[in-house]
Design a protein around this ligand. Structure first.
Ligand code: ZN
Length: 149
């Protein structure tokens, strides 16, 4: 956790957002990540997502079971989802989402939106061409040699 915090402090000095993350396995650091949203012009370049991408690359796997993530701040909904998709065993965080909201990083709106039905969300969300979209799903279901994740 101290390394995740150190990365978050260092990232502010380097012009990035105040977030850092570390992924470890058996007490050894596998990969780290910092917030690079503005530096990379990438709205998804959060510390946790960057750390997950780096850890997957380092281990040559698309899932990170057996690993833990240390993040300087409680994750936003996108990063929390990524943590679940990566199958990390455990998460530790320093600042919480209320601390983040106080400095202008308020995720409460997104958490609330997720709980609403698509038609209730502020983001206009309309279903189009479901019959055509279903083809990839039926192809996937029938595929014998697929890699599940
Ligand atoms: Zn995030």
């Amino acid at each position: 956790m101290r390394e995740a915090i150190r990365l978050s402090v260092e990232n502010v000095k380097n012009g990035g957002g105040p977030f850092g993350a570390v992924i470890a396995r058996n007490g050894e650091i596998v990969a780290t990540g910092v917030n690079r949203v503005t530096a990379d012009c990438d709205s998804t370049a959060h510390a946790e997502v960057n750390a997950i991408r780096a850890a997957c690359k380092a281990l040559g796997r698309f899932e990170l079971s057996g690993c833990e993530i240390y993040t300087s701040c409680e994750p936003c909904p996108m990063c929390l989802g990524a943590i679940y998709w990566a199958h990390l065993d455990r998460m530790y965080y320093g600042n919480d989402k209320n601390d983040a909201a106080r400095i202008g990083f308020d995720d409460a709106f997104i958490y609330k939106e997720i709980s609403l039905s698509p038609l209730q969300r502020r983001l206009v969300s309309l279903r189009l061409l479901p019959e055509e979209a279903a083809k990839a799903f039926s192809d996937w279901e029938g595929k014998e040699d697929k890699t599940r994740y």
